[in-house]
Design a protein around this ligand. Structure first.
Ligand SMILES: NC(=O)c1ccc[n+]([C@@H]2O[C@H](COP(=O)([O-])OP(=O)(O)OC[C@H]3O[C@@H](n4cnc5c(N)ncnc54)[C@H](O)[C@@H]3O)[C@@H](O)[C@H]2O)c1
Length: 442
């Protein structure tokens, strides 16, 4: 136990110091004076205090480890305050973690640079802003030598993917654990299905079908007095620099399952899509449906469909077809010509949102370097971004060309009065991509 605590303290602190370039030697003793207390608490900073950030911080504090939330950062004070209220609510349905929240007023940071200050105070950082900011925040967390839990998707454009991939390399060198919130990787049924696919139960995967079809999500209407930046940040789901369109924001979960089970990423994509129903100005610039055909190097094809249209058939699922059988992830079963080969027993199912934190914090506490999810997170995000570029342009979008394009859709400065990459017309409508007209590559 004592050894455990010792190694945890050293691992957490040394990762920080080494990563920050502060020490050259791999080990520090207490005599060095760095450890100024016997406190072995794992300190957490939350960056992005919305729905998921509140949930993830809660799950981090519900792990068995000795953790404390010590800093919070958000672009907006009201979001930070509501997350703080939820996390200190002793009657919360998820659990009472109040005693683990130690965020004095001085450690509550607001604005575009809030993340840097919060990250500096922690050993582990939870990154749960809209995905457009993820590359900037992840890069900084790794630069400062912190372990990371970050939500998917991890970027909205190819330039962001390149940043995440570079930071992922750094994280590996610095032995910083990184978990990405593609939580199916932490779900028992998926892990059991994957084991059987790896053991050859369905032969070679030759095609797949993945779906995220449902009604869609919230809308935050424009309020008087908001600058364009504030409006887009509040209504972030509908702006590509922040969200990446719903193919990136939500359907990534399903696309990623194919990449994960296949152990590969597609070489090209083409498809079709549009905004047939969600045409109001409050829906910014994103589409309401996409259908993308992804081609892998060995000829495998993934058919991906995602739709946000009320009153239509809803399905969120994945099906992988192999030479000897079919995996149906939602049903958690493997079949061959209609005959069951394997059925997962649902009573063993877990809450993957909790497990991803349990496993991450247990590894950190034990001083283990176990999780390097960022590279796959970036590559599955790129897969989704390619899908968007394919449907927006109507062209064939290739992996290498896209990754190496350095294409950025982010604002060049972050300020409430900044010049925005997309602007509304006089009636408040935004330019919408048009297949056959919109082009990314000449
Ligand atoms: N894995 C899952 O199943 C799952 C579920 C829900 C959300 N998510 C992901 O979590 C992320 C957040 O989604 P959400 O539903 O919590 O959104 P949200 O709008 O509730 O929260 C986002 C928060 O980030 C803040 N923010 C925006 N820009 C910021 C910046 N530059 N610095 C600091 N804070 C900033 C916002 O003010 C807001 O409070 C998304 O990437 C989403 O895909 C994942």
């Amino acid at each position: 136990m004592k050894e455990d605590k010792q190694s945890r303290r050293e691992f957490v602190k040394q990762s920080s110091l080494l990563a920050g370039g502060l020490v050259a030697a791999p080990f520090l003793s207490h005599a060095s004076g760095y450890f100024n207390s016997v406190d072995d608490t794992i300190k957490i900073a939350l960056v992005g205090c919305g729905g998921r950030g509140t949930g993830a911080a809660m799950q981090a504090m519900l792990t068995k480890q000795n953790v404390k939330l010590v800093a919070m950062a958000d672009a907006f004070r009201d979001r930070l305050d509501s997350a703080y209220a939820a996390l200190t609510d002793e009657n919360s349905e998820e659990g009472n973690v109040k005693a683990k929240v130690a965020v004095p007023e001085a450690n509550k940071f607001v604005g575009f640079d809030a993340y840097q200050k919060a990250i500096a105070l922690a050993d582990v950082v939870i990154l749960t802003t809209p995905p457009g900011f993820r590359p900037i925040h992840f890069e900084e967390a790794i630069r400062q030598g912190k372990h990371v839990f970050m939500e998917k998707p991890v970027a909205t454009d190819p330039a962001g993917i390149q940043r995440v991939l570079r930071a992922a390399e750094e994280a590996k060198k610095k032995k910083l654990n990184v978990v990405v919130g593609l939580q199916r990787h932490y779900q028992n049924s998926y892990r059991e299905l994957l084991k059987r696919v790896k053991d050859g139960m369905i032969g070679e995967i030759t095609s797949g079908q993945v779906w995220w079809n449902n009604d869609g999500v919230w809308v935050n209407m424009r309020k008087p007095g908001q600058t364009e930046m504030e409006y887009q940040m509040r209504n972030w789901y509908y702006f590509n620099w922040l969200c990446g369109d719903h193919i990136n924001e939500q359907h990534i979960h399903n696309i990623d399952v194919m990449n994960w089970f296949k152990g590969d990423y597609p070489v090209k994509a083409f498809g079709l899509g549009g905004r047939q129903v969600r045409t109001g100005k409050e829906y910014g610039e994103i589409y309401d449906h996409h259908y993308v055909e992804y081609h892998y190097a060995d000829g495998t094809i993934l058919n991906s469909q995602c739709r946000h249209i009320k009153g239509t058939y809803a399905i969120v699922d994945e099906m992988l077809v192999g030479t000897k059988g079919v995996v149906k992830c939602g049903a958690a079963e493997i079949t061959s010509k209609g005959k069951a080969l394997y059925k997962y027993d649902r009573k063993n199912e877990n809450n993957p949102y909790q497990t991803e934190h349990d496993e991450l914090f247990a590894a950190i506490a034990k001083g283990e370097y176990k999780f390097a999810d960022a590279e796959n997170g970036a590559k599955s995000t790129l897969t989704a971004i390619m899908g968007r570029m394919a449907t927006y342009s109507g062209q064939v979008i290739e992996w290498d060309k896209t990754l190496n394009s350095g294409l950025s859709i982010m604002p060049t400065t972050f300020a409430w009065d900044a010049d925005m990459p997309v602007k509304p017309d006089a009636n408040g409508f935004y330019p919408i991509a048009t297949p056959g007209v919109t082009r990314y590559f000449s």
